[in-house]
Design a protein around this ligand. Structure first.
Ligand code: ADP
Length: 255
């Protein structure tokens, strides 16, 4: 197997006398979409913020793209993209100006229209963030993670609060970004999203990794333990009904 793009070994984070992350070991391969799942308080944000170099670990080792977080945090910052909450943007600037601002932070030159086209927002180049719908805002916040042509992007609950069409449009965008070779690490509370998007799912609980495998393998493992569903499963879901009734314009313009 090639060298992992992210390698975490025995990672621990202690806040005072509380252990938020208790000895995590896992790796992510280049080009994977990996979902970090777990109940609130499981330690997902803490883990991701340590990998993103935004928070100090207590012990353990983290390597991203071959750079060690202890000696090369600045190099790691240059090769990753981190999704910010859209409330953090300067309200007076339009999307093009905001992308130029982000590019300036990375000391790089960009073609804003090209990046906006990738996320289907070229027609909003002169709009402000407050003029966008929820789905458009999420697509723009993903666009901002791409300005430095990162090898890994981190998405924090990218579809929370969106309607089904906008969610599915985001899913296709995330797959399209992965198709360019970018590795994607995301958090989500939606199991359908994790199942559709993720090559592997890391399930955390109380600071520990309790499962790490493909959605298929995790489901098979449960079935092998004799698990049976109580209800008959219909071939369509209520969400399928909603999508069928309210239109099919998923990608590229929905949201
Ligand atoms: P998740 O993202 O899975 O909801 P977090 O990583 O945000 O979990 O939090 C893990 C645990 O660490 C929680 O119990 C939380 O209260 C605690 N925690 C997070 N940040 C701090 C902090 N700065 N100081 C003290 N405790 C914290």
């Amino acid at each position: 197997m090639p060298e992992p793009i992210i390698a975490v070994k025995n990672l621990q984070k202690r806040y005072g006398n509380f252990d938020a992350v208790r000895g995590l070991t896992f790796s992510i391969q280049q080009g994977e979409i990996v979902g970090l799942l777990g109940p609130n308080g499981a330690g997902k944000t803490t883990t991701l913020e340590i990998i993103e170099t935004l928070k100090q670990k207590s012990s353990g080792s983290v390597q991203v793209c071959g750079y060690d977080i202890d000696s090369d945090a600045a190099a790691i910052k240059k090769v990753i993209g981190v999704q910010l909450q859209s409330s953090g943007y300067y309200p007076g600037l339009n999307l093009t100006q905001l992308l130029y601002l982000f590019a300036g932070l990375y000391n790089t030159t960009i073609n804003p229209l090209q990046i906006l086209s990738l996320v289907n927002l070229a027609d909003k180049a002169k709009a402000k963030v407050k003029e966008l719908s929820g789905g458009q805002r999420q697509r723009f916040s993903i666009a901002t993670t791409l300005v430095n042509n990162p090898k890994v992007i981190f998405l924090d609950e990218p579809t929370t609060g969106l309607d089904p069409q906008a969610r599915r449009s985001l899913w296709e965008l995330i797959k399209a970004i992965r198709a360019t070779g970018t590795t994607i690490v995301l958090t989500t509370h939606y199991m359908d999203e994790a199942e559709y998007l993720c090559d592997r799912i890391a399930i955390m609980d109380q600071g520990k990794l309790i499962a790490y495998d493909s959605p298929d393998a995790l489901i098979d493992q449960l079935l092998q333990q004799g698990f049976e569903r109580k209800k008959d499963i219909k071939a369509a879901t209520l969400e399928d009904v909603f999508i069928a009734l309210t239109g099919h314009q998923l990608a590229p313009v929905a949201g």
